[in-house]
Design a protein around this ligand. Structure first.
Ligand SMILES: [Zn+2]
Length: 489
């Protein structure tokens, strides 16, 4: 008898799911006709190519930084964007960061900011020859602009400048002040002389809070799973994970290896690595994942929606699956990564102070103190030294629904009608945007470049390059963004 009840319940569930899937569709977003002035992509590409030729490489501790390259880059910006040079007040902050103020018509409104970084990472030694085109040549070939910074993020900086210059050409006047803030050392993790941090200090000292901030961090991604889903995903970074390095040093007797015990100090380290790896942080489902899965799920085909309309009840299964795939696990937990190990100074010396260094990437909600407690609780040796360094706590979450977020939703939905899910996301790395949370509740991380994932993976690597045909749309995006978000409402 009981199996009949189960069968009936199952049949009802399937029927309800089939009906729900039919109605589980994207929410209606206001489309509008974008003012598509003709943007000369080749000219933008030429400007990006020139920008890449300046070796604005940031280095830890500023050792070996060629400040002259930054100076030349600044002069290039002044020359290339004469209306910006004329209509804004430009200040140099720290060594080489730039802050432009484009004055709005209503001084009572909170300003907006678009940020980018001028610096790039160096080319790894010994890999210079692997490049198809010189890393700092800015060559244009095969429909691409090649070189370091083509994707991270001189493309973004140049497109923001093109957008502002072309709006000025048309006589556009913002209501709110528009700030363009370009740091000079984003690529150096945890620098004490962060240009972005000093820009934020400048805002603070003037008592300025920002309505919203837009930086790099997340992207426009194409998702095609045959028969299940075909859509763009505009993933807006609403927060970023934190990080902390922890050096754990064990104590051992040391001595000559000719009279070594079965376990040297290194064995203690091995045990600790085992302890850390077998006690991962608890996975947590953060609220942004609801909106992310819902927004993307609604864009699936009917077949796909039969599954995605049930995401609320499938959450535990999804969380379990994400936990098991390490690339996805980073979205639901603080990640532990043992990355360095040090023994004795010579092969015939037993280690006295062997150490491991662990890099943790904290999920918002876990602090570096929580990480230390977790480590102390789970490693079997209690007589170890733990030294924390390069601490950056996870950021706050900005809220969806802000004017800036909704502006991106409308713009992308108008650029890709019925073909994009605009959803919140969490950035795994660090950005300059982090510092701005002190002066704004709406810190968004999004680059509108329509670039395949295979190219994104070249960021910081060999043959970094940006397709020319994504530049026009990106300039249009920033033009629309500035127009919408700088308005009072
Ligand atoms: Zn970057």
């Amino acid at each position: 008898m009981w199996w009949k009840i189960i069968l009936i319940l199952l049949a009802v569930f399937i029927l309800v799911t089939l009906i729900r899937a039919a109605f589980y569709k994207p929410k209606k977003i206001k489309h509008y006709e974008i003012d598509k002035i003709r943007i000369d992509e080749n000219k933008v590409a030429e400007h990006l190519s020139q920008a890449i030729r300046f070796k604005t490489i940031s280095m830890a501790g500023d050792v070996g930084v060629d400040w002259n390259e930054f100076e030349k880059f600044h002069a290039f910006l002044d020359e290339t964007y004469p209306l910006i040079a004329k209509n804004t007040v430009k200040e140099k902050i720290s060594h080489a960061s730039l802050m432009y103020r484009w004055k709005g018509s209503n001084p009572d409104l909170e300003p907006i900011a678009l940020i980018a970084h001028q610096d790039v990472v160096p080319v790894a030694e010994g890999t210079e020859k692997d490049w198809t085109h010189d890393a700092f040549g800015g060559e244009i070939a095969d429909g691409m602009v090649w070189g370091r910074g083509a994707l991270d993020m001189k493309n973004h900086l140049i497109c923001v400048m093109e957008a502002a210059e072309s709006l000025m050409e048309q006589g556009f006047q913002p209501e709110r002040d528009v700030y363009l803030c370009f740091g000079h050392n984003e690529e150096i993790v945890s620098t004490e002389h962060s240009g972005a941090q000093n820009i934020v200090k400048t805002f603070k000292s003037r008592g300025i809070r920002l309505d919203s901030v837009l930086d790099e961090g997340s992207a426009l991604i194409r998702l095609d799973v045959p028969g299940l889903i075909h859509t763009y995903i505009a993933a807006i970074g609403m927060a970023e994970k934190g990080f902390v390095n922890m050096k754990i040093t064990a104590h051992d007797k040391g001595g000559h290896t000719s009279a070594a015990p079965v376990h040297s100090g290194m064995a203690k380290l091995a045990h600790m690595v085992q302890d850390l790896e077998s006690h991962q942080f608890k996975a947590r489902w953060l609220p942004f994942l609801d909106e992310l899965f819902d927004g993307v799920g609604r864009r699936a085909t009917y077949l796909g929606r039969i599954v995605t309309c049930n995401i609320p009840i499938l959450k535990p299964v999804i969380k379990f699956a994400m936990k098991s795939i390490y690339e996805a696990a980073t979205m639901v937990r603080t990640v532990t990564s043992v990355s360095m190990c040090e023994g004795s100074p010579a092969p015939n010396v037993l280690p006295q102070r062997p150490s491991i260094t662990v890099n943790f990437r904290m999920l918002p909600g876990d602090t570096s103190d929580d990480v230390e407690k977790h480590v102390r609780k789970h490693i079997r040796y209690k007589d170890v030294e733990i030294e924390k360094y390069d601490v950056k706590e996870a950021s706050e979450f900005s809220k969806t629904g802000s004017r800036a977020f909704e502006a991106i939703r409308e713009i992308e939905s108008s650029l890709h009608p019925d073909d994009v899910a605009v959803v919140p996301y969490m950035v795994m790395g660090g950005t300059d945007a982090y510092y701005y949370q002190d002066i704004s509740d709406n810190v968004l991380r999004y680059a509108p470049f329509n670039v395949p994932i295979s190219l994104f993976k070249l960021t910081h690597g060999t043959n970094e390059r940006c397709p020319i045909d994504t530049l026009g749309e990106s300039v249009t995006f920033f033009r629309e963004y500035i127009k919408k978000v700088s308005a009072e409402n």
